[in-house]
Write a protein that binds this ligand. Structure first.
Ligand SMILES: Cc1ncc(COP(=O)(O)O)c(C=O)c1O
Length: 332
């Protein structure tokens, strides 16, 4: 269903343990070591320059997604644009702020709506695994800048490109070399198996991250000190992330072949942690068919009405379970 199952790498657990004597309040902005580690990782993974880049650690990325509209001061009358098939928390966050949600993958279809204050993009996408090309992202950024709206790019699956190379909103080909109006949202939950630690961060427009910092300080949205130390160790080490990526690659190949042989059509899924599948029937019929074989998947309609004929299969299962799924599909 999507929760990581592989062990937390020992070097990260050690860093957490070494920082466990933490009687004082942690810094909401992150320790200097963490801020440096985030900036260095963003430079490497997103191809972004660190000059003028704002960074801020978050308590996992879900809380930031859920509270961003509120933290930015959005409210009734403001519009938040989310992808047509999307991670549900974008919509939840807009509702928490009392703002209006519009589902759309095409901003031109929206027309000149002055009330749009925030646009969410998610590439590679959950649940579809779709990768948005740099030119598409650039158009979104230009459209938003013309209207004074913020683009929040949820990039928590950026390191998991398979058949396509995901591009960050912070890369110069998208941002044009300026971070004005853009925020990239990242997570260590999947890259480093840290979902249980709650470790994420946001990077981009320094004026926006400064504003977020101000509110988050007073709201108590502070990453615990031992987790900050664990994040430094995780961000500095690429070897464990490469090993985890290889585990997901192997599981993806097994599952993709098994579902295809069983008559499923795989759509998008060129990157990220999911296969987006259809048998060209209502998603609940597919969920039932699989459940009868002891295989649990997410109904596509969870992610929006446009997902009603798809199911989402996560790559986050042990190798033994993945092999069992392939075996059961082969018998069907
Ligand atoms: C698209 C997307 N964004 C954000 C999150 C939240 O991740 P976390 O809070 O573990 O960083 C998830 C989790 O599955 C996700 O799929």
């Amino acid at each position: 269903m999507g929760t990581p199952v592989d062990p937390v790498p020992p070097l990260i657990r050690q860093a957490l343990a070494d920082a466990s004597d933490a009687p004082g309040y942690p810094l909401t902005a992150g320790t200097p070591a963490l801020r440096d580690a985030i900036a260095a990782w963003v430079a490497r993974a997103c191809g972004a320059g660190v000059d003028g880049l704002g960074v801020l650690p978050t308590i996992g990325s879900k809380e930031l997604v859920a509270w961003l509209p509120t933290l930015l001061g959005l409210g009734p009358g403001d519009v938040v644009v989310v992808p047509s098939v999307a991670y549900p928390t974008y919509e939840d966050g807009a509702r928490l702020a009392g703002a209006t949600v519009v589902r759309s993958d095409s901003l031109t279809a929206l027309g000149p709506d002055p009330r749009v204050r925030l646009v969410w993009v998610n590439s590679p996408g959950n649940p579809t695994g779709r990768v948005l090309p740099a030119a598409h992202l650039r158009k979104v950024v230009e459209w938003a800048r013309e209207r004074g709206a913020v683009v929040a790019s949820d990039e928590c699956y950026l390191p998991l490109g398979w058949d396509a190379e995901p591009v960050s909103v912070l890369s110069p080909q998208v941002s044009g070399g300026s971070y004005a109006g853009v925020l990239a949202v990242h997570s260590l939950s999947k890259r480093s198996n840290l979902a249980g630690y709650r470790a994420g961060f946001v990077a981009g427009d320094p004026a926006l991250t400064a504003e977020l910092l101000k509110v988050r300080k007073h709201a108590g949205m502070i990453v615990p000190a031992p987790v900050q130390a664990a994040m430094v160790a995780a961000l500095a080490d690429q070897a464990h992330a490469d090993a985890q990526r290889e585990r997901y690659r192997a599981r993806r190949e097994t599952l993709r072949a098994a579902f295809t042989r069983a008559g499923f059509t795989v759509e998008h899924s060129e990157a990220g942690l999911y296969l987006w599948l259809t048998r060209d029937e209502d998603c609940w019929d597919t969920v039932d068919w699989l459940a009868r074989r002891g295989i649990l998947v997410a109904a596509g309609v969870f992610y929006g009405p446009a997902g009603a004929r798809h199911v989402r299969v996560a790559l986050t299962e042990s190798d033994a379970h993945v092999d069992a799924v392939a075996g059961r599909l082969a018998e069907s």
